[in-house]
Ligand binder design. Sequence first.
Ligand code: HEC
Ligand code: HEC
Ligand code: HEC
Length: 426
Amino acid sequence: MIFSIRNIALAFLVLFISATVVLWRAPAMESETKVLSDGISSSELVARGEYLVTAGNCASCHTTQDGEFMSGGLPFETMFGTIYSTNITPDPLTGIGSWTEIDFLNSLRHGVRPNGDHLYPAFPYNAYTKASDGDISAMFAYLKSIKPVNKSPKKNDLAFPFNLRPLMAFWKLLYFQPGVFEVSEGKSDQWNRGAYLVEALAHCSACHTPRNLLGAERATAHMAGGEFLDLVSRERYRTWSAPNLTATNRGLSLWSEQDLADYLKTARNDILESFGPMNEVIINSTRYLEVQDVKAMVTYLKSLTAVPEREAVAPAPEVMGRGRTIYNLHCGTCHLPTGEGDSEMAPRLDRGSLVVQDENPASMINAILYGPHLPSPPLLPKWREPMQEFQYLLDDEEVASAATFIRHSWGNASGVVTAEQVARQR
Ligand code: HEC
Ligand code: HEC
Ligand code: HEC
């Protein structure tokens, strides 16, 4: 191939350096004299901040499995290398204890550190920039109230030139729009509240929007399905696909408002239970939100304009036949031969799962190879027995044909999964 990854990377490097030299600017920062909070008592401010920090799901990224609350150190595997989240406890040396409120505002609103260094967008400040001054002030008050932990995160391990923070100035110029959320006048209060929660805090788009070669969200395909690296089992990182949340027949139109509200509030609905990266989103964040706020998010999400998938290629009859045999042998006992599922045995796979209908089968393959991991801490048991992992039981060809059979039966129309796509997830 002429356009090898290396050539593309070098081209970007040249572009980056020249453009950064030309376009160099001091980072945008706010005035130290600005007043953020709207005059409520400090205990009210802390309580409100805790709610907002939960809605923003800071903990999923800033708290490791065995680490202390908000003390950072979680690795983010990106195509440019590994970035570690930082310590955001009020420790003055290793955390944000010596920061002013304006320093904190600058990090969320502008993606800059107090010393002017640019932050990497693995920290989703492209969403948090939309949070209001008052809400940022409340989050700061809350974070200042939690237990300080003295711990420095590991050094980032990024490939040149991405290890150079000043180059982020150019990236931000191209892809980052700082600025507070603007209310849409023609829309209801409920819709606007939902849009604010989803876009400024919950950052659903960080995973559900596809990214370009330089890791920026593609605005024209907002929420139309993205992918990223995350754990599939202990210490094994693989691609996950986050399905299309716009109003297509394979996306969020599959679910009623109630289905979506139940899913975000309880990790389950009448169709299925959450697994994979959504577990943390729900267990650490959305389940704690007030019912009114979940309803508002649902109103906004269900209003997203459809960004259609590519038309699926119909599988060959022999692949469907082979897939049916494997399905009936290994899957049908729980998911039933009709794919309807059973309230005690397994979720339905017929026209209900966005993961099954996703154009990108990565997450569906992960569920089959590694088993769909249930939310942790566990909810009240719903299923009689968990689904096992099939990585040692079925080969690539077999997983591919079973997945293809499911994706093309019972009203599903999401096309072929190839053995190569399965091999990539191993
Ligand atoms: C998707 C993961 C993710 C989420 C969610 C997240 N962060 Fe971060 N955050 C990071 C990473 C990674 C960094 C380090 C970025 C860097 O090194 O440039 C970071 C850096 C920061 C910094 C800069 C700290 C420093 O020392 O420079 C602050 C402040 C911060 N995050 C606060 C928050 C708050 C508040 C929330 C919730 C509203 C939050 N983060 C949610 C991943 C995340
Ligand atoms: C850390 C990345 C990430 C974030 C943030 C995220 N999602 Fe997801 N989402 C995924 C992935 C990956 C899947 C598919 C696998 C799974 O369900 O975990 C998914 C699946 C879903 C599904 C389909 C579930 C199914 O089984 O069919 C819905 C609905 C959904 N997400 C809604 C949301 C909403 C709403 C938000 C914001 C509140 C959100 N997601 C935030 C990664 C994410
Ligand atoms: C022992 C019963 C059982 C068997 C056998 C079984 N599953 Fe499952 N499956 C489940 C349960 C239970 C879940 C829900 C777990 C969760 O979501 O956390 C599930 C979830 C799934 C999901 C995720 C659906 C979604 O969007 O949430 C897929 C895809 C899936 N199974 C496919 C298969 C395939 C393919 C096979 C056969 C190779 C199979 N299952 C065999 C019980 C089973």
